[in-house]
Design a protein around this ligand. Sequence first.
Ligand SMILES: NC(=O)c1ccc[n+]([C@@H]2O[C@H](COP(=O)([O-])OP(=O)(O)OC[C@H]3O[C@@H](n4cnc5c(N)ncnc54)[C@H](OP(=O)(O)O)[C@@H]3O)[C@@H](O)[C@H]2O)c1
Length: 386
Amino acid sequence: MPYPYVLLSAAVSLDGYLDDTGPERLLLSSPADFDRVDEVRASVDAILIGAGTIRADNPRLLVNSPERRAARVAAGRPAYPLKVAVSGSGDLDPEAKFWHTGGEKVVYTTDKGAERARRVGLGLGGADGGGADVDVVAVGVGLDWRRVLEHLHDVRGVERLMVEGGGTVHTQLLQQGLADELQLVLAPLFVGDPKAPRLFGPGAYQGGRLRLVETRRIEDVVLMRYEPTAPGAGSLPSAADRRWLSLACELATRCPPSSTAFSVGAVIVAADGTELARGHSREGDDPVVHAEEAALAKIEAGDPRLASATVYSSLEPCARRASRPVPCAGLILEAGVRRVVTAWREPDTFVAGADGSGLLAGAGVDVVVLDEYETSAKAPNRHLVG
Ligand SMILES: NC(=O)c1ccc[n+]([C@@H]2O[C@H](COP(=O)([O-])OP(=O)(O)OC[C@H]3O[C@@H](n4cnc5c(N)ncnc54)[C@H](OP(=O)(O)O)[C@@H]3O)[C@@H](O)[C@H]2O)c1
């Protein structure tokens, strides 16, 4: 299922803290950076925080600029993004500013949490009901982030989600491979109190390096934008899977045109997010080479990283081919790769009943089909499939 684009946003001290332990919220950003945050808020469909931040900071989470709100309305959007809270306990102050400012609000909570939240007046219909007009969504005994993201996308129409903390929420989304982007602001001050909240807690993060996509000085703070790069595990897609597959689809557009073969792009990525190789159909001087074949040929046979790598291919690897003895699904199995992410199942255009995904899955490979990329995988093949 498609999820919203998830953008984590936070400011930290030089020693990595999100806040101090005093009663007032510690202001880490500079005025110009608060304005940048306002601009990001104005660009998204929803802003999410954890109940811990509501309790600690009592924030309003608004788009403060009237011009930005007016621009949203002119574009047919609500003046304010949807405000989203998550809480396991349902221990929420119904008088918190979060519920009484801005536009629509929703809280995702457990069944027990929903009972508790409703008991204090959340979800009772605002002015008429006497409580705050909040959509209280009960998600069962525990909160599963994928279900929350799916619900936001499918039911609330959220395409872009900004997450404004706190550390517990950021940590889970990053560790579960659900963050598309991290916008981190480094403020030139120290907190120095081990009891203060940190941005990221302990646990299993992606092994390798994130991709640094931007640094920007804003008065005396620095904004750094990172993208996670690690493939997902097994059948569960990560945000990075989507980015790599989108690159494979982009590579497909670079293929020399052909009326007798598909244009396909492929990327092979190690478990720590390192790109091992990429390829596209008919690249170089080889008029029949396939994308996965071209990429695999650039990696030394027996490279130990292949066993935990993921192959991204805009079209599923072929199961049969006339031009070479071993189809790409066979080459992938020979290389020892155990995970494939693809956008498009092979149509009957050249080979009837081709089922590369079935062949791979039958051999124990995890095959993930992200069909929201099918249109872009098909784009360079329109002359073949209409
Ligand atoms: N500098 C910044 O940019 C920034 C931004 C935001 C916040 N902060 C700071 O961060 C601190 C708060 O961070 P925090 O880590 O304590 O709180 P948090 O991440 O805002 O919220 C944690 C709470 O969210 C709910 N929650 C999160 N994941 C859940 C899950 N998987 N299942 C069920 N419930 C879940 C739980 O609520 P329940 O307890 O209700 O079950 C949990 O206690 C504050 O000091 C705040 O000032 C700083």
